[in-house]
Ligand binder design. Structure first.
Ligand code: BTN
Length: 243
C-alpha cells in the first residue's frame, strides 16, 4: 500500500482526494509535517504548524450506500480514542459527532470527505488531526473552543512516528471489524466513549436550539434526543454542549 509523506502541503485531505480520484487503492495514507491550508469541519481552518502534530488522511473504498458513509466517522473517532489511550494511558471522550476531548479540551478532530455516485460510495477520505506536542503558545488566541495536546495533558512529548503507527493499526483493526460485523460494535464502543450519553445536551443548529437528554446515535450516525413529549428527534448536524 502506498504511504505518502510530505514536509508541507495545503491539506492532506485534498491530496488524498486527488490520489483517490486517480485510482489510489484502499489503505493509501497521506501524512504531512505541516499543512498550509488545513481544513476543519464546517469550512473552518485547522491550525497545522510544522513538526508538532499529526496530520493524516486515509483513502477507503467501502461497499456502502452514501447515506451510511458517516458510520466511518464514528469508526475513526473510536480508533483515534484507542490510539491516544495506547500511546498515553489517557482515556479521551468523544463529543458528537467527532471531536476528541481530554479534560474538556479538544485534542483531535476528524474531517471525512466522500465521493459518491448516486447509489454507492466511490471513496471516503478519513482526515485525522491530532494535537500531539503543541505548546500553549502555539494555539491561535481566537480558537472557538478550548484546545489541548497530548504533551500538555501528560507533560511528556509523544513520538510522532510511533503515534502514527498506533493510529493506523487501530484504524485497520476497526475497519476490518466493521466490514465483517457492521456498524453495531462500532456504535457500542462509540457510545461508551461518548461524553453525553444519558445526559442533558443543548444542540445549536444555526438559529435553532434544542435541549434534552442525549439518547445515542442511530444507524446513520444522527444524534438522537428525547423530546419532552417522549418523541425522539434525529439531528444530523449542530454544535453540542453537555449541560
Ligand atoms: C475538525 O475538528 O474541524 C476537523 C479537523 C480535521 C483536521 C485534519 S488534519 C488532516 C486532514 N487534512 C485536513 O485538511 N484536515 C484533516
Amino acid at each position: 500500500r502506498r504511504l505518502v509523506c510530505c514536509s508541507e502541503t495545503a491539506s492532506t485531505n485534498s491530496d488524498a482526494f486527488h490520489l483517490a480520484e486517480e485510482g489510489a487503492e484502499e489503505g493509501t495514507v497521506v501524512l504531512a509535517d505541516r499543512q498550509l491550508a488545513g481544513k476543519g469541519r464546517l469550512g473552518r481552518r485547522w491550525e497545522s504548524p510544522a513538526g508538532v502534530n499529526l496530520y493524516c488522511s486515509v483513502v477507503l473504498r467501502p461497499e456502502l450506500p452514501p447515506y451510511e458513509a458517516p458510520q466511518l466517522t464514528f469508526l475513526s473517532a473510536v480508533a483515534v480514542a484507542r490510539a491516544i489511550h495506547t500511546s498515553t494511558g489517557l482515556q479521551p471522550v468523544i463529543k458528537w459527532p467527532n471531536d476528541l476531548l481530554l479534560n474538556g479540551r479538544k485534542v483531535a478532530g476528524l474531517l471525512n470527505e466522500m465521493n459518491a455516485e448516486t447509489d454507492r460510495v466511490g471513496f471516503v477520505i478519513l482526515g485525522i488531526g491530532v494535537n500531539l506536542n503543541m505548546r500553549e503558545d502555539q494555539f491561535p488566541p481566537d480558537l472557538r473552543s478550548p484546545a489541548t495536546s497530548l504533551l500538555l495533558e501528560t507533560g511528556s512529548a509523544v513520538v510522532r512516528q510511533a503515534f502514527a503507527v498506533n493510529l493506523l493499526r487501530e484504524l485497520e483493526r476497526e475497519y476490518l471489524r466493521f466490514t465483517q460485523n457492521g456498524f453495531g460494535p462500532v456504535r457500542e464502543d462509540w457510545t461508551r466513549y461518548c461524553n453525553a450519553f444519558g445526559r442533558e445536551v443543548r444542540v445549536e443548529m444555526g438559529p435553532h436550539t434544542l435541549q434534552g437528554p442525549f439518547a445515542g446515535i442511530d444507524h446513520d450516525g444522527a444524534l438522537l434526543m428525547t423530546l419532552p413529549d417522549g418523541r425522539i428527534e434525529r439531528i444530523l448536524s449542530g454544535d453540542v454542549t453537555v449541560i
